[in-house]
Design a protein around this ligand. Sequence first.
Ligand code: ATP
Ligand code: MG
Length: 304
Amino acid sequence: MADAPKDLARIETADVVKAYRVRKGKKFQIADCNPADTFGLDIEKDDAKQMLALGVKRLRNLQERLYAEGRWSVLIVLQAMDAAGKDSAIEHVMSGINPQGCDVTAFKAPSAAELRHDFLWRAAINLPERGRIGIFNRSYYEEALVVRVHPEILAGQNLPPRLVTDHIWEERFESITAFEQHLARNGTVILKFFLHVSKEEQKRRFLERIDEPDKRWKFSAGDIVERGHWDAYMAAYEDMIRHTATKAAPWHVVPADNKWFTRLVIAATVVDRLERLDPEFPPVDDKALKEMEDLRKKLVAEKA
Ligand code: ATP
Ligand code: MG
């Protein structure tokens, strides 16, 4: 990082990225992750804001090359409990990039039309094209989270009864990993993030939504109901990560009690992955170059 502030000299983006990537998926334990962790950084002391700004700048350049090359697509999956900061992470991390090369899809409870298809269908039709970055604000993973925590949702999915067995979650994980493997083999780079907020910090943010008039529109009584199922959600997240943390589509468990740090880790992870992808502007061959030179002369010689 050439022009990084001095205090950050000791910090390598790759180290930050590595620290939050889930490696031994099968042994993953949520209890080992501290939602308040900041990698020893302090936004006041270390100018982490500047680090994020640098990341966003690098992302802009990388996205332009990704788009021009038109070979790879990038899928960013964001999962979290309510008020963990998904929306603001999207807003900040993507703030510098060209909106024409980026699509955000929010997955809410499926519509009647969506329920007439398999559970991956609505994700498949919203995948990013080559050269584009797609962000899933929630995703097909809800099918093993909210649907698992609320059996009545599964009951309303119109599945043939004999297909709904005790193995359904394992089967969904298998379908998801196969789907992601297929996408990876076809040029989609997948980065998955679980924004890990603590129950205490969620309470503080809900209270803020109630107390601050400008934040009230964000408050939903339903969020309090889901909070009541906290332990069931954590168990579902843990099982989900254990089964679906793969090389082709790694999970990153991002501490989310400090929003600035969440953004920093997501930006660093996306930048690091794109830098290793190293997309290139398409080369111009000699014939095309000659043609451009001729046209250039014509343009310069043009009378006003
Ligand atoms: P925010 O609250 O910040 O606006 P959000 O992602 O929580 O963002 P909401 O509209 O509040 O958006 O919630 C969407 C809801 O849809 C979530 O509770 C989520 O669990 C639910 N949902 C998403 N996918 C499914 C699914 N496949 N089946 C059932 N519910 C789903
Ligand atoms: Mg919500």
